[in-house]
Design a protein. Sequence first.
Length: 304
Amino acid sequence: MDGMTATGETKAGDGAATRRRMRAVVFAFVGIGAALGWAWLVAMVAAMIAATDMSALGPGMGLLNRINGFADLSPEMRAGLAALCGPVTSVWSAADWATVAAMWVAMVAAMMLPSAAPVLTAYADMGAERVARGETMVSPVVLGLGYLAVWLGFAALATAAQGALTTARLLTPAGVPVSQVLGGTTMIAAGLYQFTPLKLACLSRCRAPRPFFADHWSDRVGGVFRMGVAQGVDCMGCCWALMVAMFAVGVMNVVWIALFGVISTVEKLLPSAWISRVVGAILIAWGLATLASSPIGAVWLGRG
């Protein structure tokens, strides 16, 4: 009896140690990935602060005009940072395409990886429970890579969309909508999506991933990667509209990148549909106000 108890305690101890170790892996993966994304975005903005009116990059960015610390950078450092700024004309070179793609990848890492932490942690905890029963588990990094693969696909599509809109001169080279109509309708569409059953269903699965893991558990790398892809698809179903809203506020707008990233994370952590609805209502109201201030809105309202 004592031997059985000792064995049980050993397995429980192994499970607890595995849980701590796997959670550390999750936080390292999320933290390093998000930090690299933000490092790229901050470097990109740093290159523009001294030479550009930041308010031209979208609402809220004017606050960064007060930062003067980057003005004293060496010419070599400034030239290196300038390479991160992206296209300056509506006709893109291969380097411009690569820079914009890298910006969207950085944006995905900065915005979406923190919101994936609860899913990755749930997987790590379930894996630790299985280890305590003598089973094996695959590193949560593999799950995270499957999740990221989906968002890297989104980054590729967003890059193509930005290129097409810039070529059509619907976006400025800095990624800001030329037309208030485009900005307003994009914001309204993003807000309306917050109320859809698809949004709420994907959000529900993101908040409670354990049933999915229980039904699809695998101790193979390929199986865990596919679970990560499935979780990435759910996350995209939950958050893609907020990412698309960046086209309305300026794709280089780090203020809104941070805000939308916080919203995505809070939505998944707090079990309330009101968060999504309030965000949706604000986006719709903002979009309508933008349309109302446009020349077309003036005609509709009898002011033109």
